[in-house]
Ligand binder design. Structure first.
Ligand SMILES: NC(=O)c1ccc[n+]([C@@H]2O[C@H](COP(=O)([O-])OP(=O)(O)OC[C@H]3O[C@@H](n4cnc5c(N)ncnc54)[C@H](OP(=O)(O)O)[C@@H]3O)[C@@H](O)[C@H]2O)c1
Length: 251
């Protein structure tokens, strides 16, 4: 049986991996949740939408004779990552996660570490400020608990429904973002505080460096914890793992 990879994507890392895998000549499919209107084009065939939980993913792995599962989802896509661990075990398919190291605060940073998005909301208790909320759109509603602030949101797609915050504006823009642009954005919008997930990687880091340059506080949401799994931090490592696993298993 030839190797047949399933890559769980939705990140720039997954896009890069899809390119490397296609160049290496592997048979592979890229899976996307379907959250953005216009996903970046991939040289691999794509499937879009959920599998129906861990059980659904395990059934997909068996039905499509997937030989290797690669979780290249965002570090905050914890449900998908947990499902991948359970499904890979159930289906007897080797799993590797392509992850990015978390960002670490530098001496000049003013980070307020919080364990999750609800704690980020609680950390904004206090007088009205201008907040840059670069967290995607899924958890915006939580911030309605702190309605005193003016929120500047950055979204990949134009909003299709009214935004859930009483005083906010949306900037529609897709990363990677550059330091100069994010510096200008924070200045133009007279931002007092940035809220960010600790996504790691370079594409979303500009706002963190910009906040540092302007001595602004960052409410930094820690990553969700996941069960132990095999993790690699570069596309090359994952590609080599597939080569090696293919040889060892005789796939
Ligand atoms: N969370 C973030 O901050 C963030 C940022 C940038 C990009 N993304 C990307 O956006 C997607 C959704 O993120 P999320 O935080 O909503 O994930 P999540 O909460 O972990 O996933 C919720 C459900 O969405 C489906 N799903 C998620 N990723 C999928 C994939 N790659 N292929 C097929 N189904 C998928 C699964 O549905 P079923 O249970 O039905 O299988 C999963 O249980 C992920 O692919 C992620 O890489 C997320």
């Amino acid at each position: 049986m030839r190797p047949n990879l399933l890559i769980l994507g939705g990140t720039s890392d997954a896009t890069a991996l899809a390119g490397a895998v296609a160049r290496a000549g592997f048979t592979a499919t890229l899976s996307l949740a379907g959250r953005v209107d216009h996903p970046i084009k991939s040289p691999l065939p794509q499937r879009i939408g959920g599998f129906g939980g861990a059980q659904g993913l395990a059934a997909y792995l068996a039905e499509h004779e997937v030989t290797h599962l690669i979780d290249a989802t965002h570090p905050f896509a914890a449900q998908m990552s947990r499902n991948a661990i359970t499904a890979a075990e159930a289906a007897g398919v080797p799993l590797v996660a392509l992850t990015r190291p978390a960002w670490r605060a530098e001496a000049a940073d003013h980070w307020i570490h919080v364990p999750d998005m609800s704690a980020a909301v609680a950390a904004l208790d206090g007088p009205a400020q201008r907040i840059f909320l670069a967290i995607g759109r899924q958890q915006l509603t939580l911030f309605a608990d702190q309605p005193q602030h003016h929120y500047v949101l950055r979204l990949v797609d134009p909003p299709t429904a009214p935004l859930p915050l009483p005083d906010c504006e949306a900037i529609v823009s897709r990363g990677p973002f550059a330091l100069g642009d994010d510096l200008q954005l924070l200045k133009d919008h007279r931002i007092d505080c940035v809220v960010s997930k600790n996504s790691g990687g370079s594409g979303a880091y500009a706002k963190i460096a910009a906040a540092r340059a302007l001595s602004l506080p960052v409410v930094m949401v820690d990553r969700p914890e996941l069960p132990e799994r095999l993790e690699m931090s570069s596309v090359e490592e994952v590609r080599d793992w597939v080569h090696q696993a293919t040889t060892l298993r005789g796939v």
